[in-house]
Design a protein around this ligand. Structure first.
Ligand SMILES: [Zn+2]
Length: 171
């Protein structure tokens, strides 16, 4: 529960990590609906990941998580049963369809954090949220919480052709 509160608090005040801006919250940020197609219990950490990205992108896009089937989604997160070894997959760089492997649901927060990085245009980079393996991501985060770092956010800014100063990152 403490970890949960910590993650929730991250979006607002930080939790062991600092953010470049407490809440950019510029007017006019276009809203994106992120649909989490999974049972409510499993959706909770995924929704937390969406909230943390919302904090990072708040000057550019407002992200709202929604649990359950809707048809007006901007980004969709599905869970599949597969024997393949990957835990998360995004349709393409900048794509809007994320798939989680049901065998990895204990790591839903970390996987959704990482895959949303791909959705917004970040590629793999060592020692960041975009480390290519879960162990690499956890080792980068250490005892802190996984959050969008400056390297990741700079990739997003370059991909989306927006000013880095519009965005926030943790450090
Ligand atoms: Zn990846």
């Amino acid at each position: 529960m403490k970890k949960l509160l910590c993650i929730l608090a991250l979006a607002v005040v930080g939790c062991g990590r600092e953010w470049t801006a407490a809440s950019p919250g510029e007017q006019g940020a276009r809203a994106l609906l992120v649909c989490l197609n999974m049972p409510t219990e499993e959706a909770e950490p995924a929704a937390q990941a969406v909230e943390v990205w919302n904090h990072a992108l708040g000057g550019w896009r407002g992200l709202t998580p929604s649990v359950g089937g809707r048809s007006d989604c901007d980004v969709t997160v599905d869970v599949v049963d597969t024997k393949e070894t990957w835990c998360g997959h995004t349709s393409e760089l900048g794509g809007n369809h994320v798939v989680l492997n049901s065998t990895c649901l204990k790591d839903t927060y970390a996987i959704v954090m990482h895959e949303l990085g791909h959705v917004f245009g970040a590629q793999h980079a060592p020692n960041t949220l975009m480390a290519p393996t879960l162990s690499g991501m956890y080792s980068w985060a250490g005892s802190g919480t996984l959050c969008p770092d400056k390297t990741t956010i700079a990739q997003v800014a370059a991909y989306q052709r927006i000013s880095l100063t519009t965005l926030s990152w943790c450090y």
